[in-house]
Design a protein around this ligand. Structure first.
Ligand code: THU
Length: 131
């Protein structure tokens, strides 16, 4: 799958966002090693701290459906600022993805690509697991 298609899937996912408090809709599309794509959106709550980011929604969906190996993720937002994943999402990505894992982030009419290693150097890790 081309990166542009993954970005499109992320934009499609943000249409389902529940973001009445921030009015900042976010979508994420996670590409698995078998070519399947799991998407997610941010789900906010009146108790703000219970909010789930789009990235974690996508990862938890993929894991829940038996996927464990991932190639890349695309993230898109309804408006500025550029949706760089938050620290919590970076750590959750690091549970399943290595430092070379590509993170494509929509910006203006295009996207920028960074690696997970750039976003989260020295990630906490217990070492070899089944993940
Ligand atoms: N948010 C995400 O879903 N992903 C990001 O990469 C950045 C932030 C959400 C959380 C919250 O619903 C809203 O954006 C504002 O922080």
């Amino acid at each position: 799958m081309e990166t542009k298609e993954l970005i499109s899937a992320a934009f499609q996912a943000l249409e389902n966002a529940h973001a009445p408090y921030s009015d900042y809709q976010v979508g994420a599309a996670l590409l698995c090693d078998d070519g399947t794509v799991y998407s997610g959106c941010n789900v906010e709550n009146a108790s703000y701290g219970l909010t789930n980011c789009a990235e974690r929604t996508a990862i938890f969906s993929a894991i829940s459906n038996g996927r464990k190996k991932f190639k890349a993720i695309a993230i898109a937002s309804s408006k500025a600022p550029t949706p760089f994943p938050c620290g919590a999402c970076r750590q959750v990505l690091a549970e399943f993805c290595g430092p070379d894992f590509e993170v494509h982030i929509a910006e203006n009419d295009g996207y920028k690509t960074v690696t997970l290693g750039e976003l989260l150097p020295h990630a906490f890790d217990f070492g070899e697991t089944d993940a």
